[in-house]
Design a protein around this ligand. Structure first.
Ligand code: PEP
Ligand code: MN
Length: 367
């Protein structure tokens, strides 16, 4: 049963000022004092005042750089004092929370690997109880909106109201353009369930590659999300983690300057601009295409089976019952019956055509 979240919008946390986006930037990992200070200085020069760095790094393989740990918090504290920055890092246990509180960390976030573990989320929520530190929660590794919301609920239940979400995409087994599959519809659904909850996008981990960060950042703004968390390193190619996706502070400044911020139209009471609504339609259309592609793939496999087993392509009774079933189900989605019939007949026709081509040998063999 969905609960409401009692949250304070990001604009009232005291760190960020409009116009959008709120920017958090800094290296994937704090590596050395020099690297932290040089990156922090570069970011301040670009007008960025919320500095991130990973202190404890959850790595896929042991033996990779796993972060410097608590000593690196001293460097972040120094950057905070010297450049007047706010500082933030990822916490994955209550011990991390206590270390952060000791060193004056201004905001913490839960990483994707932590959000998926309710025991750890509860432990962190309990450790943060009675503090006023804002918390951002990355989506879990898999597109499980309820698991993401459950983590937000646990933190909110511990009295944390300066709460937000970070969309960093989902692990994909298929090879795709980006390192993570954005599946924007998950964050869009989160927004529609909790319109007051501030949402950041992490285009760096989504992209996995510098070249794609701009387009993902723009997409996030088009969807009306409030913030961006972007990895920036004074010398990206030498970074000890995520070297391929980090930008120099100067490159980040240029990227931010290139982004188009859409202004809300007062006529729309729900604060969504026409561009944001169109961006949502684009996401839905892409998903429709993906689903149609998946359907056709299965249809081709069936075509192959029919070929091998000498089965006729069209079994009228099967199609009639499928269509009747869809028409019945469509009522729950408030779709006109004629429209549903037209769409499914068109899908069926294309499917029969493809299977015909398989049977006649015009389509390549299916694996
Ligand atoms: C990070 O922000 O450095 C990080 C590890 O991200 P994620 O939890 O999204 O993998
Ligand atoms: Mn990283």
């Amino acid at each position: 049963m969905a609960k409401t979240l009692d949250t304070v919008p990001v604009w009232d946390w005291g760190f960020f000022t409009e116009p959008k986006p709120c920017v958090i930037a800094g290296p994937c990992s704090a590596e050395t004092e020099e690297q932290v200070m040089a990156t922090a200085k570069g970011l301040v020069e670009q007008g960025i005042h919320m500095f991130r760095a990973g202190i404890w790094k959850p790595r896929t393989h042991p033996g990779c750089f796993e972060g410097v740990g608590a000593p690196a918090l001293k460097w972040m504290q120094k950057a905070k004092q010297e450049y007047g920055l706010k500082i933030c890092t990822e916490v994955a246990s209550e011990k991390h929370v206590y270390e952060c509180l000791k060193y004056g960390v201004d905001l913490v976030w839960l990483g994707a690997r932590t959000t998926g573990n309710p025991f750890l989320v509860q432990e962190i929520a309990d450790a943060l109880r009675d503090t006023d530190i804002p918390v951002l929660v990355k989506n879990p590794m898999n597109p499980d909106l309820d698991l993401w919301i459950g983590a937000l609920e646990r933190l909110n239940g511990a009295g944390i109201k300066k709460l937000g979400a970070i969309q960093r995409g989902f692990t994909s087994y298929e090879k795709i353009r980006y390192r993570n599959n954005p599946q924007w519809q998950v964050a869009v659904e989160l927004r529609s369930r909790y319109p007051e909850l501030s949402i950041f996008t992490d285009p760096s981990h989504l992209a996995g590659k510098r070249d794609y960060i701009q387009e993902l950042s723009q997409r996030s703004l088009d969807l009306g999300f409030e913030g961006l968390m972007i990895e920036s390193h004074c010398n990206p190619v030498c970074a000890l983690s995520d070297a391929g996706q980090q930008l120099t502070p100067e490159a980040l400044g240029e990227l931010l300057a290139s982004l188009v911020v859409r202004t809300p139209e007062p006529a729309l009471a729900n604060k969504e601009t026409i561009d944001q609504l169109r961006a949502q339609i684009d996401v839905i259309d892409e998903n429709l295409l993906h689903t149609l592609g998946q359907r056709m793939k299965v249809s081709r496999q069936i075509g192959q089976y029919k070929k091998e087993n000498n089965v006729a392509i069209v079994q009228a009774s099967r199609w009639d019952s499928l269509l009747a079933n869809m028409v019945e189900k469509s009522k729950a989605y408030n779709l006109p019956e004629e429209f549903v019939r037209d769409v499914f007949n068109a899908i069926h026709e294309a499917s029969v055509q493809v299977q015909n081509e398989i049977l006649s040998g015009e389509q390549p063999e299916q694996k």
